[in-house]
Design a binder for this molecule. Sequence first.
Ligand code: FMN
Length: 198
Amino acid sequence: MSAVNKKPETINEIILVTECEDGSPYIAPFGVRERDGLILIAPFRPSISLDNLLSGRRATINRTDDVRVFAGALTGRRNFPMQNKAGALVLESALAYKTLKLEKVEDDTQRPQLYFKVLKEETLKPFQGYNRAQAAVVELCVLVSRLNMLPIEKINSEIDYLRIAIEKTAGDKELEAWAWLVEAVENHRAQLSGANVA
Ligand SMILES: Cc1cc2nc3c(=O)[nH]c(=O)nc-3n(C[C@H](O)[C@H](O)[C@H](O)COP(=O)(O)O)c2cc1C
């Protein structure tokens, strides 16, 4: 089947918490999908999350509407409050979590596919409904995670569009996350213009 005809799979953007060798939690945003009753996570190499997944063989998926965690993980702010749920590392802000055990690895030099069995899932807080500013922050996170691959003109025009939702629907958390990301884009722009001057 060609890629064009392939049935689309829903991808949900979550915060993956893995455990480093010293036992400390490590957070990173990942898109996850369900395939054949398992959860599929596909990290590009190199990745600290991938290393932790392969050595510890377990992780926690966190569904959170605090988009500062997404923006923070991409801008060097990883110190978000955690809670311990029977040994599972869960964000304080999680609406729900799933604990995962690694079942199968399809290795690849660029992007291995890791399949996980869900051991436990729990809902902690109610979902408040869709918020456009949260979606806009997640979109800008994706752009920031690809700053070195995308033309700056595309990033600038996407920011102009996404800002509409921020101005109309953001609360304090979304504004803080947005500001961290915009700062990362500004630093990148400054680096580019510095490189041009040199
Ligand atoms: C919404 C969102 C989804 C992402 N999904 C993936 C993914 O599926 N695979 C991946 O390698 N990186 C993904 N990223 C980028 C990683 O979060 C980022 O590169 C991260 O730092 C992974 O590398 P690390 O494990 O070394 O921290 C995503 C980023 C965002 C904002």
